[in-house]
Design a protein around this ligand. Structure first.
Ligand SMILES: [Mn+2]
Length: 246
């Protein structure tokens, strides 16, 4: 029987060892940059100054082509998933969100981390822990061998919707990543995609409250025969997310 030819998006979703090595290298550089960025934060600094610092560090570490313009948001701006860094200054009690990535030989990385500038409030804690739990549940589901994108999306979504209502997690759970930042397959409620072994996916649940703020946590995982391997190596527990203002 003749095998059905694969379409180009299906072919490119599956990464060779070399392609994967580039994605991982891009991710390791992002982690170095994020480490520097956290040290650079101080009360009164603007989102724009930090975003410029991100770009400058990527260049220093040999990744001058970014995967997308870096997202740096403070305070209530963290509720806007597509926030453009501006003149907003960092102040005590703020939620801080970073979403950035670079490219190595055209291969992208993508990571989001959320922080608190000082001890988080009860609500900040609750939102953070819930997003983290949603991500853990989704990754666990993938680890169990699940390959249906909508089932994985549902695992995180049901958990968050039950706690916060259906309007707070307003985007897909994640996307394929490669030479472009968003590629097939997609974690979405109505997705019919089935993850091929060897594709790299982001897992990025979030909760957003207009006028208050938001939390998103994003890792990249490699889909394997039996489950997945997390390619992101950066702390995300609540303690690590709590920064001491200076
Ligand atoms: Mn992403």
């Amino acid at each position: 029987m003749k095998k059905k030819t694969k379409l180009i998006h299906e072919v490119r979703a599956v990464k060779s060892r070399r392609e994967l090595a580039n994605i991982i290298k891009a991710q390791r550089i992002s982690e170095r940059v994020l480490k520097d960025v956290i040290k650079k934060l101080k009360s009164g600094v603007t989102e724009l100054a930090i975003a410029r610092f991100v770009t400058e560090r990527f260049r220093r570490y040999g990744a001058s082509v970014l995967a997308f313009p870096p997202i740096v948001s403070f305070g209530k701006n963290t509720a806007n998933t597509h926030h453009e860094p501006g003149k907003t200054k960092l102040k005590k009690g703020d939620t801080i969100m970073f979403d950035f990535g670079c490219t190595i030989n055209h291969y992208c990385s993508d990571m989001t981390r959320t922080y608190f500038w000082g001890q988080p409030s009860r609500r900040q804690k609750k939102v953070y822990q819930s997003v983290l739990e949603a991500q853990n549940r989704a990754i666990k589901k993938i680890s169990s061998g699940e390959k249906r994108a909508k089932v994985i999306d549902k695992t995180a979504r049901d958990f968050l919707n039950k706690k916060f209502g259906v309007k707070r997690f307003g985007h897909g759970l994640g996307h394929g990543i490669g030479t472009v930042i968003h590629e097939w397959p997609n974690f979405k409620p109505k997705s019919e995609d089935v993850l091929p072994v060897g594709c790299v996916m982001t897992v990025e649940p979030g909760l957003y409250f207009k006028g208050w703020g938001g939390v998103r946590i994003e890792d990249m995982v490699l889909i394997t025969q039996k489950g997945c391997k997390n390619l992101t190596n950066f702390p995300k527990d609540l303690k690590s997310a709590t920064l001491v203002p200076r």
